[in-house]
Design a protein around this ligand. Sequence first.
Ligand SMILES: Cc1cc2nc3c(=O)[nH]c(=O)nc-3n(C[C@H](O)[C@H](O)[C@H](O)COP(=O)(O)OP(=O)(O)OC[C@H]3O[C@@H](n4cnc5c(N)ncnc54)[C@H](O)[C@@H]3O)c2cc1C
Length: 378
Amino acid sequence: MSKKSLAPIPKTMRVAIAGSGAIGASVGLALQTLGATTSIFELRSLVAGASGRAFGGIRQQFTDPAEIELAQRSLPFFESLPRALFDPVGYLYLATDDRTESELRSRYQVQRDLGVTCDWLDRESVARTAVGVVTDDVRGALFGPRDGTAEPSEITHHLLRQFLLAGGQIHESSPLPADVLSHFDAVVIATGCETPSILDGLGIARTELANARLPIAALTRSLAETTIVQCHDRLPLVIETHDGFHFRRRGDRIRIAISDAPPRWTTDLDPAPNCDPHWGNEPLERLRRRLPAARTGSIERVWSGLYDVTPDSKPIIDKVSENVYVAAGFSGHGFMISPAVGEGLAKWITCGTRPGLLASFALKRFHTGVRYEYHSPL
Ligand SMILES: Cc1cc2nc3c(=O)[nH]c(=O)nc-3n(C[C@H](O)[C@H](O)[C@H](O)COP(=O)(O)OP(=O)(O)OC[C@H]3O[C@@H](n4cnc5c(N)ncnc54)[C@H](O)[C@@H]3O)c2cc1C
């Protein structure tokens, strides 16, 4: 055999990922598909973080074109899942006063200009679209018909199974090893609000990040779920836009997202103080006013999770040091964009070039001394 015909054997790239949430799982699966040898390290049990506690809203309605692109690129993945895992029931933002009506009408125009499928509904159309929802006070609504609800915990476990089938390795109850950089060609930190302290542990924080810590803060958010109630099986995800209170059907139950005023900037996982599962409480009363079918139900379960919030409520997806990548700061909407984030980051790591899709999420957009004010993208 001539020397010329001997093709060089490509060295398989070894990548370590910290975190078994939707982001770690999506990046891991995409890396395995591209031929890397990937290991996921999870400090606790699998999917123990935000991905196992999320509400499950999937939408394309954002105001930032880059986030819309991530959401649109992620949609085919969700649409390929069985109905039990993703149901395109739509997102319905209700306008109930002057402010929310004008805000939603202008948002409708912005969404249309940015190529998002959405409709403006008058009150009669809202009543037809959201059967059983009280519309007396509704002036109109912004509706995303391709949006819907998904099951974040089940889907993330499904991704992790696919990852294992593709040859990936998972180390459960194992923190990212301190000497990880000596054993792997690249490391991805996808650990939500714990990401800044992991970078500290790797000795990256103060030197590479313009002498600052990664700007991610933890915000506690609580969810509740009712006992079985009878309601229409095409109930959209309904949002009372004036303060973000929202709910969705989940099987025979209704899941409610509880708004906190003021926001709880903590890592405390106790449920919201305004929601006690043992007595008639504010979130349940609100749900019953908007969805009278819920009058027969009570609160069965309340839990909390942590948003990893950046100062502009957009993620940080970047290479922060030689061979160290961060995908964190998803500010409460990382699950719905995780498929596209996984693909984009895996391409960057294996090809060496940042995909244009991820350019808006570079760390350099922040300067030191930033203030956190959570802007709900809802
Ligand atoms: C209450 C709530 C509601 C939400 N609703 C929605 C929604 O409707 N739609 C949506 O798109 N998103 C929603 N989100 C956000 C969404 O859940 C996340 O953005 C998304 O799941 C991505 O999570 P992640 O993989 O970045 O982090 P996580 O799921 O938090 O995973 C990080 C993992 O890293 C692990 N870890 C920590 N330290 C280490 C270490 N040293 N070594 C190894 N592993 C470590 C943690 O144990 C954890 O399992 C919600 C979040 C919450 C809390």
